[in-house]
Design a protein around this ligand. Structure first.
Ligand code: SF4
Length: 884
């Protein structure tokens, strides 16, 4: 295979990439696509490291039935038989699919068609429910359609960007890069960041509003009220294109009558709130971009509508550089919305109105189209637990890690009669519960389309052969459909056929009534589909080019007018108590994706944060008697997470932040979803993943340690274990509650033969250090102590790159530090060029560097994807504040 233009499989930015298959012993080469409109030649650390994630280590290559390898035919037969039996005995609502924003649109389309059109239930929901269901619901309430009004160029055309609940710098890094570049090019562009946590995104903020969690509706109601008072409303637009301003304004006046009152309730300075309101009122070209910080809330839909309200009130929608812009989390969350992958949608932006059901039934020639919404994610797993749903097929997602009340999800799957999991990865928390495993093709092996946050459809193209029995998800679903007797409706031989049908359905009896119309792509030949360039919807048949949504002021409501929604501020449903005094906030980190099944394979990506961590405000840390580098136990509802403590004023007092990524293969107790109650927004069904009361206490094990090894470790007697892959070795952070009788004996399983071991054993002090060398090459080392005071791992880790250690290094191993000063690199900051914190600080001080550009010139850090630039600036500030 030769190079292909394809799309990154991670975040919703949907960057175009150029991928070249491995050749002559070199790994696959992944570059940013300069021609793709989403990224224009940029990419982030995750995209840059995709080549590290493509090996077959850990892949699910063959089907399994109850833990035993099976032929794909037998496994597909078992799935079809199991689903058919349950439907025959208990009806179609006793089965379900739980799918994923990782699927391609073509996979999604056939899964939705099978469940909603042929099995006859709407019990198909997606992990996108956890990510952007509130944005969908908010847009539908306001516009009559799930239609994101903006494109990325609006971020460059704007003169004010308001980022709400959105850490773009880490979660959508290329958009952050685009905004940074736009700011450099346009001094008039201002950025306001609204977030309870000071994140790397604040690097571009002209104003940061560290809002009290859950008060976003109040802040935007206050803005609506301010616009009224300060003559900031666009009455012409209001009269011609909207309805409902009266009720919305009353709600705003009642809840947010004054700036000081808003500021006090939101935990902000009144002057800052006034500044934000003034800037908003004075800047017609304003984009408000929002993400999971808005959506993942029991009031998420109202938060979205409070944001949309101020854009409608000022007529700032449908115009260049203006609009309320939902930035989706996943690469194909939008594609899932297009096909109807949420349980409360039918297909192609139709819902369960009788005329929609009848239309879709005719189009599919389907025997049993679902006539009512199915179970949304949280309700779906609750129904599995009660036995109401008896068979579930989980595709490309890991709900035992990502769902709230994650231990209950595990219990539910443990009781379910039939759990089918199709995945590319063999060992996840969820595959461990499967009765049938189906091997799915991974990124790079399958072809289809995805739609990014700006409604741009792009091709993902295969450039690697599918290994073992792995097949595209659409193929697996189609084979089961055939076995269920629906072969005539699932005749597909390739993704292009599915895409054409999907496009035809979008246009079927549409006539401008539904926003999603890609009839202009319905007649693509296979060759044209193969060559399809990125294109935005809507693109009806006959349209010369995509048009800006809402440019004509017409919306998708019956009368064509947008709707204001009266939004009453509501507190998060679970508030802190004496027993659970802190609020847990969750989210992504810069270099990991979801449950780490892919990014966890890249040494470049694990170096930045090798173990789960909890960020705490200094006051809370002191109150909980924890300090930086301690282990903390974060607990609630009978579950606990163990994580390394970071003390930082970036998180508000009373809140803690723990990343969402760690799963059982990577950490013994890192599944943050287990701490979060299954509370949802009443409209969208999206869980409140960013506001869970917890308690934090110092975790005081009997011993701390770490091991670095060339081969994975079978660790024993560890109550804390975090595993990460580094260049040439595995890193294990360890702790245990009981001391072994003998450290040298305990170390046998870790280090191997004692004959090749060097060791240092301080019995009285409880310290043990040992390493095994073979042929002068470091094979493994283990450091154990009664406290967290242990040597840096980075210098020791660097020794694994050497085929033979020199005498000085060999002699220094058990000291855990280099014989010569200056060799310690410190934790990774720049993943692209593996530049560590200590190296950076040394260079800043010795070379008197004062800008990120100078650091780039000296060390290359920050010059590839740029994701670490905010951290480089923070190090510059740290170095100037604390000269060596
Ligand atoms: S910003 Fe990074 S993770 Fe997101 S699509 Fe682009 S390269 Fe992939």
């Amino acid at each position: 295979m030769t190079s292909v233009r394809t799309t990154c499989p991670y975040c919703g930015v949907g960057c175009g990439l150029v991928a070249s298959p491995p050749a002559h012993g070199a790994p696959a080469l992944i570059r940013a696509d300069a021609q793709h409109p989403a990224n224009l030649g940029r990419m982030c650390s995750k995209g840059a490291a995709l080549g590290d994630t493509l090996d077959l280590d850990g892949r699910l290559l063959h089907a399994e039935i109850r833990g035993r390898r099976a032929s794909l035919d037998d496994a597909l037969d078992a799935v079809a038989r199991g689903f058919a039996d349950v439907v025959a005995k208990h009806g179609p609502d006793a089965v379900a699919f739980y799918v994923s924003g990782q699927l391609l649109t073509e996979d999604y389309y056939v899964a939705n068609k099978l469940m909603k059109g042929f099995i006859g239930s709407a019990n198909i929901d997606t992990n996108s429910r956890l990510c952007m269901a509130s944005a969908v619901a908010g847009y539908k309430r306001a516009f009559g359609a799930d239609a994101v009004p903006n494109d990325y160029e609006d971020l460059e055309r704007a003169e004010l960007i308001v980022l709400v609940g959105s850490n773009l710098a880490w979660c959508h890094p290329v958009l952050f890069q685009r905004i940074s570049a736009a700011k450099a090019a346009n001094p008039k562009l201002r950025v306001v960041v609204i977030d309870p946590r000071r994140t790397a995104t604040c690097d571009v903020a002209d104003l940061f509003l560290p809002v009290t969690p859950g008060t976003d509706v109040l802040l935007f109601n206050g803005l609506l009220n301010y616009l009224r008072r300060e003559d900031g409303l666009d009455f012409e637009f209001l009269d011609a294109h909207t309805r409902g301003i009266g009720a919305a304004m009353r709600a705003a006046k009642d809840s947010a009558p004054s700036i000081p009152g808003v500021a006090a309730a939101c935990g902000l300075e009144a002057g800052d709130v006034a500044e934000f309101y003034r800037w908003f009122a004075a800047t017609p070209r304003t984009v408000t971009a929002f993400s999971q910080g808005v959506n993942q809330s029991s009031a998420g839909t109202d938060k979205v509508n409070a944001i949309v309200n101020v854009h409608l009130a000022t007529g700032r929608i449908g115009k260049p550089g203006a609009g309320p812009f939902s930035i989706t989390g996943q690469p194909n969350a939008m594609g899932g919305r297009e096909v109807g992958g949420l349980a409360n949608q039918l297909a192609a932006h139709m819902d369960f109105a009788p005329e929609h059901v009848e239309r879709v039934q005719r189009f599919w020639n389907a025997p049993a189209v679902a006539t009512k919404p199915g179970l949304k994610a949280v309700d779906l797993f609750a129904a599995i637990e009660t036995g109401a749903v008896k068979a579930v097929w989980i595709m490309a997602t890991n709900p035992i890690v990502s769902m709230p009340d994650a231990d209950r999800v595990r219990r539910a799957l443990g009781r379910c009669e039939l759990v089918v999991v199709s995945d590319a990865v063999r060992d996840t928390d969820t595959t461990a519960c499967a009765h049938v495993l189906l091997p799915a093709a991974a990124w790079g092996e399958k072809s289809g389309t995805v739609t990014n946050s700006e409604r741009r459809i792009s091709r993902q193209r295969a450039f690697l052969p599918a290994p073992g029995d792995a097949r595209p998800d659409w193929w697996l679903v189609t084979e089961v459909a055939r076995r269920l007797g629906f072969g005539a409706a699932f005749p597909y031989r390739g993704a292009a056929e599915i895409f054409r049908e999907h496009a035809r359905l979008s246009a079927f009896e549409n006539e401008g009534t539904r926003a999603f119309d890609i009839g202009g792509l319905a007649e693509l030949s296979d060759a044209e589909y193969d060559a399809l360039a990125p294109v935005q919807w809507p693109l009806p048949a006959g349209a010369a080019k995509p048009r800006r949504l809402f440019a004509d002021g017409r919306f998708f409501t019956p009368d064509g007018k947008a709707r204001f929604v009266a939004t009453e501020p509501r507190a998060p449903q679970r508030l802190p108590t004496a027993d659970l005094p802190l609020v847990l906030n969750t989210g992504r980190i810069r270099d990991q994706w979801h449950t780490m099944t892919r990014t966890g394979k890249s040494p470049r990506l694990t170096g930045h944060n090798p173990e789960p961590f909890v960020q705490m405000n200094p006051g809370d840390a002191a109150a909980c008697s924890v300090g930086a580098g301690d282990l903390a136990e974060i607990s609630a509802a009978g579950a606990r997470v163990l994580a390394r403590v970071e003390v930082t004023a970036d998180v508000r007092a009373g809140t803690v932040f723990v990343p969402m990524h760690w799963s059982t293969p990577f950490a013994s107790a890192g599944r943050v979803g287990a701490l979060i109650a299954p509370i949802t927004d009443p409209v969208s069904g999206q869980p409140e993943l960013k506001h869970a009361p917890v308690r934090v206490r110092r975790y005081a094990p009997a011993w701390y340690g770490f091991a670095l090894l060339r081969t994975p470790l079978d660790a024993r007697d560890c109550t804390y274990l975090a595993r990460s892959r580094s260049e040439g070795f595995w890193r294990y952070e360890l702790a245990g509650e009981t001391l072994p009788a003998s450290w040298p004996e305990w170390a046998d399983a870790v280090l191997g033969p004692r004959a090749e071991r060097i060791e240092l054993h301080d019995r009285a002090g409880g310290r043990y250090r040992a390493a095994r060398l073979a042929g002068g090459r470091l094979q493994a080392c283990l450091f154990v102590a009664p406290t967290k005071q242990l040597p840096s791992r980075t210098w020791l880790g660097g020794l694994f790159a050497h085929d033979a250690l020199d005498d000085a290094s060999r002699a220094a191993i058990l000291a855990g530090r280099p014989a010569k000063a200056g060799e310690e690199t410190g934790p990774i900051v720049c993943s692209c060029f593996s530049v560590g914190r200590s190296t950076l600080l040394r260079a800043i001080r010795t070379q008197e560097l004062v800008t990120a550009e100078q650091i780039g010139n000296a060390l290359r850090a920050g010059t590839n994807c740029g994701s670490c630039v905010p951290e480089l600036k923070a190090l510059l500030a740290e170095a100037s504040a604390t000269p060596a």
